[in-house]
Design a protein around this ligand. Structure first.
Ligand SMILES: [Zn+2]
Length: 129
């Protein structure tokens, strides 16, 4: 399944980041386009299963679905395609080309305690004991 492969690579990538930051990861923010057809629930479920026993255990995923964009051939405007009315909002024309779908991206990883630094070490690789 597509989501399982995505979840596996997320766990791999986040684990590498966790090693660098030496913090506890709480949340990961992702974004993807419309054509990736990622199912949030299926992905979260697969991620949770794969993350068991790794540094990513207990993390939650937040997935933002970016709209599909098109460019109007008549007026050159970029707009988000809505399936209910596929018309350029600028000139009302129906002649447009679809722009490449947004890729699946890991946007951000939130670590515990990164907001308020309680005298912990900020330096990379520093000993914090
Ligand atoms: Zn237009």
């Amino acid at each position: 399944m597509h989501e399982t492969a995505v979840a596996q690579s997320l766990v791999d990538v986040i684990s590498q980041e966790v090693e660098k930051y030496r913090g506890k990861p709480l949340r990961a923010k992702l974004s993807c386009g419309q054509l990736n057809a990622i199912n949030d629930e299926v992905l979260s479920f697969a991620f949770e299963a794969i993350a068991q026993g790794t540094a990513c255990a207990g993390m939650t995923l937040e997935i933002e679905h970016k709209p599909l964009l098109a460019k109007c051939r008549a007026c050159g405007r970029d707009f988000a395609v809505e399936l209910s009315s596929v018309r350029c909002p600028g000139c009302g024309g129906g002649d447009f080309e679809l722009l490449p779908d947004a890729p699946l991206l890991l946007e951000q990883i939130e670590f515990e305690g990164t907001e308020d630094d309680e005298g912990g070490c900020r330096q990379e690789g520093a000993q914090c004991q």
